[in-house]
Design a protein around this ligand. Structure first.
Ligand SMILES: C[S@@+](CC[C@H](N)C(=O)[O-])C[C@H]1O[C@@H](n2cnc3c(N)ncnc32)[C@H](O)[C@@H]1O
Length: 274
């Protein structure tokens, strides 16, 4: 797990984000959740996908929701911003958690949104704590998917929903690397949708929604071409999170989608009970 941790631990990330905001001419006292979205929503189809998940989740203002593998907290903040619910995000990377906390303070959302560095395989919460949970594109880095999902099930209250938006394998292997979630094969643990569905139910959940989003992902990456020469990167972008080879990673993701090497699943899994 160490190499996954170091992959998601860039140096001086917060200041580089602040520099990016300054270069864009934004007033730091007036930064909005939308201004941060190019850098803080690190998953396929970004904020658009997060808003679709919020709709699907049915999460309401009275709820406390756990975001497992929250990154720097963009979708955690979006969830609280759009629904009013309280959120707690956890992530393996302490660097990301530090940035998540500082960006949350910048947006003055710290009353409703908090973070903690922790592993998804060992959640630091008591049984039956949360009204709901979500995980957005984390499972690719997790080999032991059963332990992750059992942990999510354990900390949910009976009847609580887990919303998962996850990259899975597909008909063909291997995937091209590097990809946005992995520099090489040692960091990526994809399983096809059917075994993924099975492990969710093995962990104790009942599946109440299962949407294949692969075609939307394929369309979103359809125009991505092979990069040539030095990349011309924007002031703010996910390259700040995982490196300047992001264009190569995006191109490989495009190829993996076109050649049916990866798929994308959105699902709602319910912990049984009332
Ligand atoms: C592709 S990023 C997605 C981040 C965030 N969910 C988002 O959509 O912006 C994957 C995240 O999963 C985290 N992660 C990977 N393995 C983890 C684990 N075992 N426990 C907790 N977080 C993990 C990484 O540190 C990284 O922040």
């Amino acid at each position: 797990m160490k190499h996954i941790h170091s992959y998601y631990s860039p140096n001086d990330l917060y200041n580089r984000i602040i520099d990016g905001l300054n270069e864009l001419g934004l007033d730091l006292a007036k930064v909005t959740i939308d201004d941060l979205q190019p850098v803080d929503e690190f998953h396929i189809r970004g904020d658009t996908a997060t808003k679709e998940l919020i709709k699907l989740s049915g999460f309401t203002p009275d709820m406390h929701i756990l975001d497992v593998g929250c990154g720097i907290g963009g979708s955690t903040r979006r969830l609280t911003h759009d629904t009013g619910c309280r959120t707690t995000g956890i992530d393996l990377s302490d660097e990301y958690i530090d940035v998540a906390e500082r960006l949350t303070q910048l947006l003055n959302m710290q009353d409703r949104v908090s973070f903690q560095a922790a592993s998804a395989l060992e959640l630091p919460f008591a049984d039956n704590t949360f009204d709901g949970a979500w995980s957005i594109q984390m499972n690719m880095n997790v080999e032991d998917k059963l332990t992750w999902l059992k942990e999510v099930c354990r900390v949910l209250k009976p009847g609580g929903r887990a919303v998962l938006y996850e990259v899975c394998g597909n008909k063909n292997t291997p995937i091209y690397v590097p990809v946005p979630w992995a520099q090489d094969h040692s960091m990526s643990f994809l399983i096809p949708p059917e075994p993924f569905r099975q492990v969710i139910t093995d962990a104790g959940f009942e599946i109440s929604a299962w949407n294949d989003k692969t075609e939307l992902a394929r369309k979103a990456f359809a125009g991505v071409t092979e990069p040539e020469g030095e990349p011309d990167l924007p002031e703010l972008g996910v390259h700040l999170l995982v490196g300047n080879d992001i264009r190569t990673k995006a191109y490989n993701l495009h190829r993996n989608l076109e050649e049916e090497r990866v798929s994308l699943i959105e699902t709602v899994a319910v912990k049984p009970g009332s």
